[in-house]
Design a protein around this ligand. Structure first.
Ligand SMILES: Nc1ncnc2c1ncn2[C@@H]1O[C@H](COP(=O)(O)OP(=O)(O)OP(=O)(O)O)[C@@H](O)[C@H]1O
Ligand SMILES: Nc1ncnc2c1ncn2[C@@H]1O[C@H](COP(=O)(O)OP(=O)(O)OP(=O)(O)O)[C@@H](O)[C@H]1O
Length: 481
């Protein structure tokens, strides 16, 4: 056996409930296994245990009657920033290669080929990691692990921030290089990995194994539970959109919410974004699509005045003051951790309500209501950094949109979410939209773009290259720029 865990018991310090109670599993050499289950059920924690990171690197109290670890392993973390130890892209990979005693003269070529494998195209590999977009970082994290050529790969949602085309390519690459390797994957989006894995271990929300077997059998035999627990399954979107209020307006609503003309955004003094002309009407929901590194986050950062911009930028007919966060806008960062300021989930929401001048009356009730709507009430006492990735993402969205705002800007608010939480979030956004909020949302999920928003903008190399109106699913018309 490559990996074996017997009777694992694990509880985080200070928590009432066990994450795992006598959990046993074994994975044979060369097996490709998907750990599937709702957000917060313990998938990342289990992967940490399988690699020995818990308890050797993270001191979480745990007990198991026996554990066998793989002989060599590589780990792609859910948050790529948690993985890097060097400041530059080439150095990050060279660091791994040096440990493997790869001769210096072969390094440049190996680094170039690894970056190519994960589709990380850079003018020069000696680029600062801090200057990469979220998806580019995730590609680098995968390249660094592939460089190690380990026997076992642990992959924790390695493509959550990668664009659609890149996701397909990366999973193909993993499939190709991992023929003789053991691969343990945590991934919400089943369709990306169902061809790669030969086994699915399905968990319920209490961290118990519900089923373990061949992918098609596990899915078929457990469809009802999978649905009930809010896990993604093939066809989930199609079933869901039947009940979603679709964008069927035949004309655009009235008042102009945003106008941009010759709008430029600068990073390190270089213009990285140029929008010739664009306008948004009140109540629209615009999805912003584009490949990794296209400039989507930069665009939102420009609208929030986090970076220097030039050109005309008006909100509701008023010019936006340079370098001052526009008052009628709220923003959800791509990395949820950038947003947290408080020491508990409850305080985070309370802080945000107070910032938005929500009155102190019934504050506790208001916070509780928001926590309930985002499925976070059980976690109210936890530190935001102790949440699972899906829970962090929900908290960051909850804190930003806790009060209806005129303009809501969101940078991939649904990444790493299970089906139930994705749909719930979209419904909440729809409610805001129906109450007059205007929404601009960066997403790699084409289903969200096509089925839920009214309009799709595509960004390429820092320019808005396409503007489509969505009237009905699968049907888009050329819009006005
Ligand atoms: N340090 C910690 N202290 C307390 N609770 C924690 C800690 N780390 C994680 N948890 C809790 O343990 C549970 C499992 O977290 P884990 O990250 O393993 O979930 P997951 O299944 O990977 O979720 P997701 O799909 O949202 O990424 C969550 O409810 C989380 O809040
Ligand atoms: N601080 C920075 N300094 C210089 N260039 C940067 C900086 N941050 C990002 N960039 C570059 O700007 C470009 C646009 O990055 P941005 O984060 O806007 O992309 P994105 O479309 O949001 O990508 P993703 O889908 O991966 O999140 C990329 O080429 C990136 O490398």
């Amino acid at each position: 056996m490559e990996l074996k865990i017997e009777k694992l018991r694990l509880k985080f310090p200070g928590e009432k409930n066990f994450i795992f109670k006598d959990l046993s599993l074994s994975i044979g050499k060369g097996e490709k296994v998907l750990l599937l289950g709702p957000s917060g059920c313990g998938k990342s924690t289990l992967l940490n245990v399988c690699a020995g990171l818990i308890p050797h690197s993270y001191e979480v109290p745990m007990k198991a009657s026996a554990i066998t670890y793989p002989s060599s392993w590589g780990y792609v973390f859910q948050d790529p920033d948690a993985q890097f130890c060097m400041p530059y892209v080439d150095e990050e990979i060279a660091f791994v290669l040096e440990n493997l005693n790869v001769p210096r003269e072969q390094m440049e070529d190996k680094i170039r080929r690894l970056l190519q494998k994960v589709g990380l195209c850079l003018p020069h590999p000696h680029t600062r990691i801090s200057e990469l977009s979220g998806g580019m970082k995730q590609r680098l994290a995968i390249a660094a692990v592939l460089a190690m050529e380990p026997d076992t790969l642990f992959l924790d949602e390695p493509t959550a921030l990668v664009d659609e085309a890149g996701t397909v390519e990366i999973w193909e690459t993993i499939k190709h290089i991992s023929k003789d390797k053991t691969v343990v994957i945590v991934e919400h989006k089943l369709e990306h990995v169902v061809d790669l894995v030969d086994r699915i271990i399905l968990f319920n929300k209490h961290g118990e194994i519900l089923a373990d077997g061949k992918p098609e059998e596990v899915i078929k035999e457990n469809k009802e539970v999978i649905k009930e627990d809010g896990v993604w399954y093939p066809g989930a979107w199609e079933e869901y959109i039947e009940s979603f209020p679709l964008p069927t307006k035949d004309e655009l609503p009235g008042e102009l919410a945003m106008e941009l003309e010759h709008f430029k955004g600068y990073l390190n003094k270089h213009p990285k974004l140029t929008i010739g002309r664009a306008s948004v009407r009140k109540g629209e929901w615009i999805s912003i699509l584009g490949r990794n590194g296209a400039g989507k986050s930069t665009f939102l950062h420009g609208l929030m005045q986090f970076i220097k911009t030039t050109g005309r930028y008006e909100l509701f007919g008023h010019e936006v003051q340079q370098q001052k966060t526009p008052e009628r806008c709220t923003f959800v960062f791509q990395n949820p951790e950038f947003q947290f300021v408080a020491n508990s989930v409850f305080d985070e929401i309370e802080f945000s309500l107070k910032q938005k001048n929500s009155s102190g009356e019934l504050m506790e009730e208001k916070v509780k209501d928001i926590l309930h709507r985002f499925n976070l009430e059980e976690h109210r006492h936890q530190h935001p950094y102790q949440l699972s990735m899906g829970q962090k993402r929900r908290l960051s969205v909850a804190a930003s949109i806790s009060i209806s705002q005129d303009i809501i800007l969101l940078d991939e608010p649904t990444f790493g979410q299970d089906a139930a939480n994705t749909f719930q979030l979209l419904e909440m956004m729809k409610e805001f939209q129906l109450h007059g909020s205007t929404i601009l949302m960066v997403t790699h999920d084409e289903n969200i773009a096509r089925f839920v928003s009214n309009r799709i903008w595509t960004i390429e190399e820092g320019e808005l290259v396409k503007d489509e109106l969505c009237y009905r699913p699968h049907e888009a018309k050329e819009g006005i720029l």
